[in-house]
Design a protein around this ligand. Structure first.
Ligand code: C2E
Ligand code: MG
Ligand code: MG
Ligand code: MG
Length: 286
């Protein structure tokens, strides 16, 4: 809305920009309420072994189910929460929900698998991320090998000291650390030398020209071999076709994640998938 000394010019009113601005403000103003009212929930995306296709884990991915805006995906709120340095509030809510879900599965005897959690690089600045996670798993009495920490490669470009210390502490406590989005843009191969990761998640961009660009297969195979040489396991993200899955199994990428095996789903739908035999759980405590 442009106010001019001769009046208000409605022609300058850009409805799209206006709506976007309001949604952005809404997210910032409602993060606390969203956490309290349970609008923020983890959805779980299956991770399978590439050889047997058995379910070996899940990644927790945040969804914001809003009374006004409906179903929101990370692209709608993560960049805004990071910009306003509020992302840790959402992350803590997701960590706690995951711990609760794991606890209730253990209590009821339902099968379950390890869950990986996404950490924003800002989590390491905005809170003592290691203590926060460790207190939650202690509170809910969740075994530490059932929680994996995902750090995205873009986190490694700043805050090196805090991040390195945090990673050492995670490892000492018994949490595995996964490097997310490897190869998506920021990483130099140095990060593989300077940090200790247990699993390297190969970014789905590597699969984007799988059928058309013959180099993409060679590159994926080389990354898997390199990871193996430096003592890391591999997972490829964004697997959508049987041909991709077969290739990744042949070159020795141990874990696969992607729409071919399942989209992120509410915990009850994962349980249904296990009950109906869609998924066989390969590491379960009953
Ligand atoms: P990410 O951690 O790399 O997660 C993988 C993303 O790829 C997810 O998007 C997932 O739904 C999507 N995906 C999985 N398989 C396929 C596939 O076969 N094809 C395609 N096209 N996409 C696939 P999502 O859930 O929208 O999350 C986007 C990003 O937002 C995540 O990328 C992660 O960086 C961030 N994120 C999600 N949840 C959280 C959270 O709780 N905390 C923080 N800090 N970041 C989160
Ligand atoms: Mg991730
Ligand atoms: Mg990723
Ligand atoms: Mg990604």
């Amino acid at each position: 809305l442009i106010r001019h000394k001769y009046g208000i010019y409605y022609s300058e009113y850009d409805e799209e920009t206006h709506k976007k601005y309001h949604k952005r403000q809404y997210i910032v103003n409602h993060i606390d309420q969203a956490v309290q009212e349970g609008w923020i929930r983890p959805y779980y995306q299956p991770v399978v072994w590439s050889d047997t296709k058995e379910l070996c884990g899940c990644e927790a991915l945040a969804r914001w189910i809003d009374p006004k805006y409906g179903f929101l995906s990370p692209g709608d709120f993560i960049p805004i929460l990071e910009e306003h340095r509020l992302i840790h509030k959402l992350d803590v809510a997701i960590f706690e929900s995951v711990c609760k879900d794991l606890r209730s599965h253990m209590d009821s005897g339902k099968p379950f698998v390890p869950v990986s959690l996404n950490f924003s690089r800002l989590d390491f600045e905005l809170m003592d991320a290691v203590t926060v996670l460790n207190d939650l798993v202690t509170k809910y009495n969740v075994p530490r090998d059932y929680i994996h920490v995902e750090v995205t490669e873009s986190a490694l470009t700043d805050n090196m000291d805090i991040l390195k210390q945090s990673m050492d502490r995670f490892h000492e406590l018994g949490f595995a650390i996964w490097l997310d989005d490897f190869g998506s843009g920021y990483s130099s191969l140095n990060v593989l030398k300077d940090y200790r990761f247990d699993v390297l998640k190969i970014d789905m961009k590597f699969l984007s020209s799988f059928d058309t660009n013959p180099k993409s297969k060679d590159i994926i195979k080389s990354v898997v071999d390199l990871a193996k040489k430096v003592g890391m396991k591999t997972l490829t993200e964004g697997v959508e076709t049987k041909e991709q899955a077969e290739f990744l199994n042949v070159v020795g990428c141990g874990r696969l994640q992607g729409y071919l095996f399942g989209k992120p789903l509410p915990v009850a739908d994962i349980d249904d998938g296990i009950e109906t035999g869609k998924y066989t759980v390969s590491k379960a405590i009953i």
